[in-house]
Write a protein that binds this ligand. Structure first.
Ligand SMILES: [Zn+2]
Length: 235
């Protein structure tokens, strides 16, 4: 099913504003498990799913849910400046001095969304692990190996695969389509996120880039059509 080719590019209604889609407002969010913010219309189903998992010994926990534009911009700029590692498809660090700015843009986007272009801005998407399966001294890395056979969170990944749909959740990055790497830890609430993705038209994304000033913005604008189709409107 095509989820994001909306013909009329200017449909941004009262609640789904460009500010909302790009993580610049927390108006629709509520607290979840102390440290996190999630969309108010997702909270009930999310709680149900966490309770169902818990009944089977899986203690779902988050590493992140809502992320603001400001935070995404900080992470992004730190990667561009070499203050945070940029990883290749196999999760190995890349020497960013050996690549062009345009190459760097696409390398960073393999694992990090462009500021304003993250599904985490909507409060409908979160990164998940199993607290019950995590050794006390282990730091969650969010790498595929943790969720594959033999990984600490493999059991939770299998449970989610089987049950999450019952609660409205799915994995938007389940398959590698040449844009964002498959992220088995990234879960999304379909009833809402599908709607938000439909509202995030190409025109809205271009407007957003036109207003932005984070690092590599010139390279982003020069590639905006490709960025939209590979990283925002993923089918
Ligand atoms: Zn994520």
């Amino acid at each position: 099913m095509h989820t994001c080719h909306v013909e009329n590019g200017s449909i941004l209604n009262m609640t789904i504003t460009l500010d909302f889609l790009t993580g610049k407002t927390t108006d629709q969010l509520v607290p979840f498990m102390e440290h996190f913010l999630v969309h108010r219309d997702m909270q009930a189903d999310m709680t149900k799913m966490f309770e169902a998992a818990r009944a089977e010994g899986i203690v779902l926990a988050l590493t992140s849910s809502f992320r603001s534009f400001e935070l995404q911009q900080k992470i992004w700029n730190e990667k561009v400046m070499g203050q945070r590692p940029v990883l290749d498809s196999d999760s190995n660090p890349i020497d960013i001095k050996t690549v062009t700015p345009e190459e760097l843009l696409f390398l960073i986007m393999r694992w990090s969304a462009i500021p304003g272009g993250s599904r985490h801005h909507w409060g409908t998407d979160f990164d998940i692990y199993d607290l019950a399966a995590k050794p006390a001294d282990y730091k969650v890395q969010l790498i595929p190996a943790e969720y594959e056979q033999g990984g600490y969170f493999h059991n939770a990944a299998l449970w989610l695969e089987e049950r999450m749909e019952d609660f409205g959740f799915f994995r938007p990055y389940a398959v590698d389509r040449g844009g964002i790497a498959p992220e088995p830890w990234h879960i999304s609430y379909k009833p809402l996120s599908e709607k938000f993705l439909q509202s995030f038209t190409k025109e809205a994304f271009f407007d957003h880039l036109a207003q932005s000033s984070f690092l590599l913005i010139d390279e982003a604008r020069a590639n905006q059509d490709e960025l939209y189709h590979r990283f925002i409107c993923i089918e």
